[in-house]
Design a protein around this ligand. Structure first.
Ligand SMILES: CC(C)(COP(=O)(O)OP(=O)(O)OC[C@H]1O[C@@H](n2cnc3c(N)ncnc32)[C@H](O)[C@@H]1OP(=O)(O)O)[C@@H](O)C(=O)NCCC(=O)NCCS
Length: 187
């Protein structure tokens, strides 16, 4: 199971079947999934299946997808995760947010908390974020977090619909993290 992580406006927690309608609200639109590499959900049963899969993954590995929820009303407005994880080494971060909440710094706030978790609790040495080359919104999140652009992976990703994208790879190391966010040892 995942820990519960609290930030100023948010609670990051295990996803629940009770979140199904909140998740379907944004997962069914064509504004979110296609930018993150997954197809919009066609019906609520698909969302139920995705939530079950996320729960099983978190239960089995202790890692997986957090629900991003608003402290004020427990509404689930997105997801954030560390995946492709190698213990004490590295992981990739992914996120998606309901468009009604875009532009409020919600994901940077949640992602900062996951950087703390990843580097301080999971002892990672590197966290990376890969995004489609023209995903400016996600690129801004990387920049706000202090990640560095490492390069472009040409034709690096084939989406569910067969479309092939160049990807940008951003990353942050443990040493950079402790320099930006506060010392562990002498960073
Ligand atoms: C990427 C994403 C998670 C950013 O979350 P967020 O909490 O809105 O992040 P921010 O508030 O920091 O906004 C990031 C940028 O999005 C852009 N943005 C803000 N509001 C927007 C809106 N309503 N429509 C389009 N873009 C908008 C701005 O350029 C902003 O940067 P700025 O603060 O320098 O102006 C969100 O846009 C999203 O869910 N996108 C679809 C899924 C996705 O791309 N996932 C990442 C895959 S790598």
């Amino acid at each position: 199971m995942l820990p519960v992580i609290e930030t100023q406006r948010l609670i990051l927690r295990n996803i629940s079947i009770k979140d199904v309608h909140d998740m379907y609200e944004y997962a069914s639109t064509d504004k979110v999934g296609p930018l993150a590499g997954w197809a919009p959900h066609l019906n609520i049963h698909e969302t139920i299946g995705v939530i079950s899969m996320f729960q099983a993954q978190a239960y089995k590995t202790g890692l997986g997808v957090f629900a991003i929820t608003l402290k004020e009303n427990n509404k689930m407005i997105g997801t954030i995760e560390l995946f492709n994880h190698y213990a004490n080494f590295k992981a990739e971060m992914g996120y998606a947010l309901n468009p009604a909440y875009w532009g409020m710094g919600i994901v940077p706030e949640a992602a900062t908390a996951l950087l703390h978790w990843g580097f301080k609790e999971l002892n990672l040495k590197r966290i990376e974020i890969n995004l489609f080359v023209d995903n400016y919104q996600s690129e801004r999140v990387c920049q706000k977090l202090g990640l560095k652009l490492e390069g472009i992976i040409r034709n690096g990703y084939m989406r569910y619909d067969g479309k092939i994208f160049d990807e940008k790879k951003y990353s942050i190391t443990d040493i950079e993290f402790f320099k930006i966010y506060g010392n562990k040892q002498a960073a």
